[in-house]
Design a protein around this ligand. Structure first.
Ligand SMILES: [Zn+2]
Ligand SMILES: [Zn+2]
Ligand SMILES: [Zn+2]
Length: 125
């Protein structure tokens, strides 16, 4: 009788333990799964490869200069203008003698950089 009771007690314990372990396993699986989901959600937000995570890219229209140059229309790029009545040519005042006129880039408003079209300036996708 005594042995029988012990065996019964052992069996109960044996039955109880796997139940507890499976409960822990399920709980662990849920935690593991949710953390995996969180991890994959973080991992999915990768750095934007177009702007290298900066959110801004170099303006393609002015090559990041903010301003672009065009041949001066006053001197036609010659840097000097002929003054009527004078033999010597004068330095062009329109371009300051550079032969080029500077324009502010309309695409980037002279900043040289524009908001990344791929990530809308967030830096992450
Ligand atoms: Zn520009
Ligand atoms: Zn000029
Ligand atoms: Zn980007």
């Amino acid at each position: 009788m005594k042995v029988e009771l012990n065996e019964k007690g052992l069996n109960e314990r044996k039955l109880r333990n796997p139940l507890k372990i499976s409960t822990i396993l399920i709980a662990f699986a849920i935690v593991a799964m949710s953390s995996y989901v969180n991890f994959s959600a973080v991992y999915a937000k990768e750095k934007c490869d177009q702007c290298n995570g900066k959110g801004k890219v170099e303006c393609w229209e002015c090559q990041g200069q903010g301003k672009w140059k065009e041949t001066c229309r006053t001197c036609n790029g010659k840097q000097t203008v002929k003054v009527p009545g004078k033999l010597t040519a004068q330095g062009c005042k329109s371009c300051g003698g550079t032969g080029k006129e500077k324009f502010e880039c309309s695409s980037c408003n002279g900043k040289g950089k524009v908001t990344c079209s791929k990530c809308q300036g967030k830096g992450k996708i």
